[in-house]
Design a protein around this ligand. Structure first.
Ligand SMILES: Cc1cc2nc3c(=O)[nH]c(=O)nc-3n(C[C@H](O)[C@H](O)[C@H](O)COP(=O)(O)OP(=O)(O)OC[C@H]3O[C@@H](n4cnc5c(N)ncnc54)[C@H](O)[C@@H]3O)c2cc1C
Length: 437
């Protein structure tokens, strides 16, 4: 009997999406059936950014991948006691005035989990099978389909051939560009669009805040300070030793344009603090302690017509980069990876080591494309609520009075905008995707 050669799987990009796929394949015992190579542009694994919130849908997947224990060791201990109880997700306030006003406390069973990105990445790497080979300083330039498979060309001059290519290479995906050139959608999506929003992000030492404001909400509660075309997200991470803070500033007239210049630059504390002059005291305590905040342009991708065609599959930000207003970009990369790993498992079972890639791609498309595009849109709409840019708030300017009734209505729509993240599960998606194979 001849043994069929193993399927050559190339994952381009080792962010949360690419790594989760590698872990998912290992946990499903597919290492033996696949040759897994992970190509990463960076010289080593490193995660930029600071805090990351994980909502129940994605947490459920991480649990199925046996990552609950190693991740829980790194999350604040108080979270371990909250399973099943209604826990604060975020508290929203109208803060663009000297005395702020409550909008809504969004609560959910068990609450979200907050991690440092580096912790998530460490745990994923520690759980990636040694059968997966990492290749650093491999920046994909393009791929070409040949009679032997898919040929990958890297900026270091190397060329390799694979059978299945996973584009997990983020918002500026080289795989997406080639995929669209290959006739799989509108070329205008080869570059991301600017959302019109910039964020300033940094971690603040909790001790700095405690000196000025020992009862500051951000020390223990995730809080969003809202204002016209601006908002600030604050939550504790690393067992409360640091406060993760993100300042958002939007120019809605620029939404959908192409960003000119770099997507990330360093800034001074003074520049950022002055943007929030006149906002309530809790905000002043935060912006006073920003140290070397970096400024990031929030870019989005799509809506793409397809996420996959035979042999090439887009995953995570490469397919659906979104603004972080529902803190769900990494979560969707995790969902994509989990579903794809399961489709591959089924395909390998049915195909006796040579899965039908057309069937896998079309099953992946049938679920991930509509859902990924839905989440991008839902995140955009949620951001407009935080910044008083939804219908009914057209005429207001920063600091204007908004009646308690209107704030309550706004709070309701914020709550509803979140609910799918804990009222639905990935199971129905998995079932649909597997069922359509
Ligand atoms: C301010 C902010 C806050 C956020 N907060 C949250 C949150 O709380 N919760 C949440 O779920 N999401 C959050 N997100 C979104 C989340 O960060 C992203 O959606 C997620 O990191 C995407 O993962 P990815 O693996 O798809 O892409 P990335 O993390 O971008 O990884 C892509 C990888 O591909 C590599 N690469 C790029 N190009 C190439 C190439 N040509 N060849 C080879 N390798 C390449 C890169 O070096 C990188 O390692 C936030 C985003 C922002 C901006």
């Amino acid at each position: 009997m001849t043994v069929s050669p193993r399927l050559r799987l190339a994952i381009v990009g080792s962010g949360i999406g690419g790594l989760t796929l590698a872990v998912g394949l290992s946990k499903l015992g597919l290492d033996e059936a696949l040759e897994i190579d992970i190509y990463e542009a960076a010289t080593k694994l490193s995660q930029v950014g600071a805090g990351i919130t994980v909502w129940p849908r994605a947490w459920d997947i991480l649990k199925r991948l046996d990552l609950e224990h190693p991740l829980s060791e790194r999350s604040p201990p108080r979270q371990e006691m909250l399973e099943g109880k209604q826990v604060l997700g975020f508290s929203y306030r109208k803060s663009d005035q000297s005395k702020g006003a409550q909008i809504v406390d969004v609560k959910l069973p068990g609450g979200p989990r907050a991690f440092h990105r580096a912790d998530i990445q460490d745990v994923l790497i520690n759980n990636t099978s040694s059968a997966a080979r990492f290749h650093f300083s491999y920046r994909l330039v393009k791929y070409t389909k040949t009679s032997d498979g898919i040929e990958l060309l890297f900026a270091n001059g190397r060329q390799v051939t694979c059978d299945l290519l996973i584009g997990a290479d983020g918002v500026n995906s080289a795989v997406r560009k080639c995929f669209l050139e290959d006739g799989n959608g509108d070329m205008k999506h080869s570059r991301p669009q600017w959302s019109g929003t910039n964020v300033y992000r940094c971690l603040i030492d909790a001790e700095d805040i405690k000196k000025d404001a020992p009862n500051h909400p951000g020390l223990h509660s995730p809080t969003v300070y809202c204002g016209k075309n601006k908002h600030i997200v604050v939550y504790p991470i690393l067992q409360g030793r640091y406060i993760n803070t993100i300042q958002f500033i939007s120019d809605p007239s620029k939404a959908g344009t192409i960003l000119e210049g770099p997507a990330s630059v360093n800034f001074s504390q003074d520049d950022v603090a002055s943007i929030y002059t006149g906002w309530e005291d809790d905000v002043q305590h935060i912006v006073k302690h920003l140290k070397r905040p970096s400024k990031w342009a929030i870019q989005t991708v799509g809506p793409l017509e397809k996420y996959a065609c035979e042999g090439v599959i887009l995953l995570g930000d490469a397919a659906h980069a979104m603004p972080p207003h529902l803190a769900n970009g990494a979560a969707q990369a995790i969902e994509d990876a989990y579903i794809l790993a399961n489709l591959l498992a089924k395909g390998l079972q049915e195909g006796h080591h040579r899965p039908n890639l057309w069937k896998i791609s079309s099953a992946y498309n049938s679920d991930r494309q509509p859902f990924g595009n839905f989440v991008v849109d839902a995140a955009q709409q949620q951001g407009r609520r935080y910044e008083f840019s939804t219908r009914g708030f057209d005429g207001i300017v920063e600091g204007d009075f908004i009646s308690p009734y209107e704030l309550t209505q706004l709070g309701r729509s914020i709550q509803e905008g979140w609910e799918w993240t804990w009222k639905t599960s990935v199971d129905e998606h998995l079932e649909r995707a597997l069922g359509s194979m």
